[in-house]
Design a protein around this ligand. Sequence first.
Ligand code: AOF
Ligand code: ZN
Length: 385
Amino acid sequence: MTKAPQGSAAPQQTAQRTVRPAVSTAVESAMRRALALAAQGPPHGPNPRVGCVLLDPDGRPVAEGFHRGAGTPHAEAAALAAARSRGVDPRGTTAVVTLEPCAHHGRTGPCADALVDAGVAAVHLAVSDPNPVAAGGAATLRAAGIEVTTGTLADEGEELLRHWLHAVRTGRPYVTLKLATSLDGRVAAADGTSRWITGPQARAHAHTVRAQVDAIAVGSGTALTDDPSLTARTIDGGLFEHQPLRVVLGRSAVPGDARLRGPGGPLLHLPEHDLAVVLGLLAEREVRHLLVEGGPTLATALLAADVVDELHAYVAPVLLGAGPTGVGDLGVTTIGAAARFTTHDVTRLGDDVLMVARRTQPVTNPQPAHARQNGRPSRPTKEEI
Ligand code: AOF
Ligand code: ZN
């Protein structure tokens, strides 16, 4: 079923009511296709993943397109170009697009103008564009007399774009914290040995996640003791095409012969200790999705600062009984103050289990972490790493 439009403007609702049932079903399946197309775009990079399908007046798809990464044509432009290259006149078509068409001259021209110039009759979109630079496309389209319906499969659109939307809405990257632990939450045995708690399938999975993020961070202590490479590797040990930016946080220098200086993504050492500053600096570099891989000091600081958006907990059926835990003291003294997340997904990986859990309250504004209560005690204004 088509969702009710989420925008508040009355004209949208009028537009929605006038859609014939057969066409509204066609719009919904076109939006599903547009979402699937969008998902073919790169999950990393500064730009959103967007898909677009053009429907003829009978609701039949006549062309489609998606965005292939920063600097390449936007989804709407790609769909219009696909129509023209097939000899299809886009005049009178309905554009079904996962993100509000842009209204700005950026790396490419404004899609709202391109849709107006093409004579498109109606536009259905899933998610409004929160990017202040590019927003305003729906208003441009309406001003040109085009029927605009917002909120079509909005939840699915939000899910697909969640890293990008989060970064644009809050001004800081979406933070995924990876924990690979024993069943009793430990990351090493009492003597410090830690290879390997989780098995090969869990490790391979973690590498596919690395290949999807913009940046991957560790604390400088972990960089020194573990000498990680922080590359995204395939099962046979080769490098994925996309290598995330490698970020080391904390004062200790990265040795000249560290693996972090070997083949892989660029290295960025931030001796800065204030997490709000760190996340702001990464956002300025257009990092939308940051994966944090350790160690416990950094994990604890991020959790205490309430800036972890998603947890990837790889848990092995191993008991250690002693040794360091993946997360240290969060200042939680009573169960009601626990840092609680909501389970999104659980996957078995060989002998191990991956639990993906997300922050319970979505962050919708750039309020500093310490100002949000979220059922937890108020945190200090600065969290040190
Ligand atoms: C995309 N692809 O299909 C759509 C986008 O850097 P630019 O000039 O390409 O503009 C990027 C902005 O355009 C992006 O942040 C978003 O607000 C809007 N829409 N972007 O990369 C697309 N439709
Ligand atoms: Zn555009």
